[in-house]
Write a protein that binds this ligand. Structure first.
Ligand SMILES: NC(=O)c1ccc[n+]([C@@H]2O[C@H](COP(=O)([O-])OP(=O)(O)OC[C@H]3O[C@@H](n4cnc5c(N)ncnc54)[C@H](OP(=O)(O)O)[C@@H]3O)[C@@H](O)[C@H]2O)c1
Length: 332
């Protein structure tokens, strides 16, 4: 069976990561492309070998009307994910949406409902779960390699050249650093912690927006407590160029990931017992392989809409609880 997949959006992640990854997945076929500009769609289709007889679209409606199309990958700005996913589900197409799945909880719920009602899969693109080193790390943790999980920390940042990106604006995104990279840190933490430590039971955050005066977060520092009492923290920022980092601490040891939170599937991991070797593999191919297998095997994707929705809900709470100001004059 071959799953014919359309790419919605021709931007950075679609061009650099998702379309090349699609080629590496047996049973997946880049079929068609949506762009606001037909010429951009044509160029993208040509560059990545889209297979439909007429692959280039500037209308979602005509793209979705294609009976040979099975699924879409949504790689557009966050505020478009919900409308496009609901339309795709209505046309009977499976959906893999980029993260964060929506700009708010109600939008995310509408996506889950539409895909449930249509009987199609809804997967969310958290590629870090498909990093080969992270998968080895998880196996080690689940085998008791660090003992009882006590704390986890993650940091992923980049330096934006200015506030011109759509993530910096309220009409196209709800979050800036949290949308770009913080949501990935949160997913990595949830993936490691939630199955054994239970759900997040409390959250606190500090949000800064002071360099660009953006309505959205420029730096976010978020701390979490799980049902077991274990804790976690992450920092995302659009103000700092630095290696990414993740650390897991247990009762019997630790794991430290250096520069593994990237698009590349590379970096280094060590533990209290030495280096954890892994092969570099394309994490986006892993994510798409899981999506295709979920369709073929009639099972849930590894990161389904409900998990994507919990992530969105925590991002909403992070902003709601962050940014509180106090008057330094009043501190004794
Ligand atoms: N998983 C990851 O590692 C990862 C990494 C980066 C981004 N993402 C996610 O992928 C999605 C796209 O991000 P990106 O970095 O690829 O963004 P981007 O480079 O700005 O590309 C987004 C594309 O969406 C289309 N688009 C439609 N309406 C638009 C509008 N009003 N403004 C701007 N573009 C519009 C554009 O294609 P046309 O001009 O052809 O219409 C544009 O090229 C986001 O949800 C983001 O969070 C995920």
């Amino acid at each position: 069976m071959t799953v014919n997949i359309a790419m919605l959006g021709t931007g950075s992640i679609a061009d650099d990561a998702l379309a090349p990854a699609l080629k590496r997945v047996a049973g997946a076929n880049l079929w068609s492309v949506l762009s606001r500009g037909r010429d951009r769609a044509r160029a993208f289709a040509r560059r990545h070998g889209a297979a439909a007889p007429a692959p280039a679209h500037d209308s979602l409606e005509t793209l979705l009307a294609d009976p040979d199309l099975d699924a879409v990958i949504i790689a557009t700005p966050d505020y478009l994910h919900a409308t496009q996913a609901v339309a795709a589900a209505g046309a009977g197409k499976h959906v893999l949406t980029e993260k964060p799945m929506a700009t708010g909880v109600e939008e995310g719920e509408a996506m889950v409902r539409a895909c449930d009602d249509a009987g199609v899969k809804l997967a969310v693109g958290y590629h870090l779960r498909w990093h080969a080193g992270h998968r080895k790390m998880l196996t080690l943790i689940r085998a008791g390699g660090v003992g009882e999980l006590r704390h986890m920390r993650a940091q992923w940042t980049f330096q934006a050249p200015d506030a011109g990106n759509w993530r910096a604006r309220r009409d196209t995104a709800s979050w800036w650093s949290l949308s770009g990279v913080g949501t990935h840190c949160l997913d990595l933490i949830r993936w490691v912690m939630v199955p054994v430590c239970g759900e997040v039971v409390s959250l606190a955050s500090t949000i800064s927006r002071d360099v660009w005066s953006s309505p959205n977060d420029e730096t976010a520092v978020v701390s979490l407590r799980f049902a077991s009492g274990a804790t976690a923290e992450f920092c995302s920022s659009v103000l700092i160029t630095a290696p990414s980092r993740a650390e897991v601490y247990g009762s019997d040891g630790y794991i430290r990931c250096e520069d593994t939170l990237t698009r590349r599937g590379a970096g280094a991991i060590d533990t209290h017992q030495g280096i954890l070797e892994f092969d570099v593999a394309d994490p986006y191919a892993g994510e798409i392989r899981d999506f295709v297998a979920a369709i073929e095997d009639h099972r849930k994707p590894e990161v389904d809409g409900r998990e994507g929705l919990r992530n969105v809900s925590l991002l909403v709470q992070a902003v709601a609880s962050g940014g509180a100001r106090f008057d330094a004059q009043q501190v004794p």
